[in-house]
Design a protein around this ligand. Structure first.
Ligand code: GLU
Length: 276
């Protein structure tokens, strides 16, 4: 059975880009009698606003979607800890105390998520009484995992190239997991067979595929869809003035009609679909 998911983070209201993403994930599952899941990605307690999760559910209902909701990330901390422990046993994690500014100053390469960590703490004495993040020793992990491939239903067969990320953070200073670790574990735990999300997360899949191999998790397929862009060709963002779904809903707009238009790629003025 095909299982897809929509996994919003409750740190801001949903906009048209989220609606587009949720509709694609919903329809890909429903066309084949599959299951469409909603997972609230609230691992970042400081940035998450619990009341937004209800707002998201109202938005999805307004769009005419139905879903099965799986437990939010904040209830899955133990599974993140267990996976981090497993990676530590494999000697694939090391503690890091560097600040963002230090990394920006020291990094020589740029990766998909910004400056590539130069590995400073791998070679340094770390004061473990201070908060530390845990980083993946990516080269070593690649050595253990061997060559890996993954399949994107839009972009075809891919060979995994996690090295471009450098040593990514898997456990954050104040949180039990980073996005990469949490999302990979959750998709496996939820039985997701087709990970559907925007093309802005395409690169992240290289790391997720590596984590699946290291942790012995099942390998799904992926569907990275094109993004909706604003007038300046940037990804939609509430902070740049893209209307939220709740604004549209509260203004009395018809959500099912909007969903039909998004399906047909009939977009409101000023919004376009990223080029293939
Ligand atoms: N929680 C992520 C976001 O809101 C989505 C992660 C994913 O789909 O893998 O951007």
């Amino acid at each position: 059975m095909i299982v897809t998911r929509f996994a919003p983070s409750p740190n801001g209201l949903l906009h048209l880009g989220h609606a587009y993403s949720a509709i694609i994930a919903h329809d890909l599952a429903r066309k084949k009698d599959g299951r469409f899941l909603l997972r609230i990605e609230d691992i970042d307690g400081e940035r998450s606003k619990p009341e937004l999760a209800d707002e998201f559910r109202r938005d999805l209902e307004w769009l005419g979607l139905d879903w099965y909701e799986v437990p939010a990330q904040s209830t899955r901390i133990e599974s993140y800890r267990a996976a981090a422990k497993r990676l530590e046993e494999l000697e694939l994690l090391y503690p890091c105390q560097c600040s963002r500014a230090q990394i920006a100053a020291l990094a020589v390469a740029k990766g998909p998520e910004g400056p590539v960590y130069p590995g400073t703490c791998k070679r340094a004495e770390i004061d473990l009484r201070q908060p530390v993040a845990l980083r993946l020793d990516t080269d070593r992990a690649i050595e253990q995992a061997g060559a890996l491939a993954w399949h994107d239903d839009v972009l075809g067969e891919q060979s995994a190239d996690p090295a471009r990320f450098g040593d990514v953070v898997l456990v954050r200073k104040a949180l039990p997991a980073s996005y990469h670790l949490a999302a990979t574990l959750d998709d496996a735990a939820d039985g997701v067979t087709l990970v559907t999300r925007g093309a802005d997360l395409f690169q992240a899949t290289h790391i997720h595929r590596l984590l699946q191999a290291l942790l012995g998790l099942p390998v799904p397929r992926w569907h990275h869809h094109r993004l909706l862009l604003d007038e300046e060709g940037r990804k939609l963002a509430k902070r740049r003035g893209s209307p939220s779904l709740s604004d549209l809903r509260n203004a009395g707009e018809d959500g099912s009609l909007l969903a039909e238009q998004l399906r047909a790629q009939i977009l409101p003025a000023g919004i376009s679909l990223e080029k293939a």
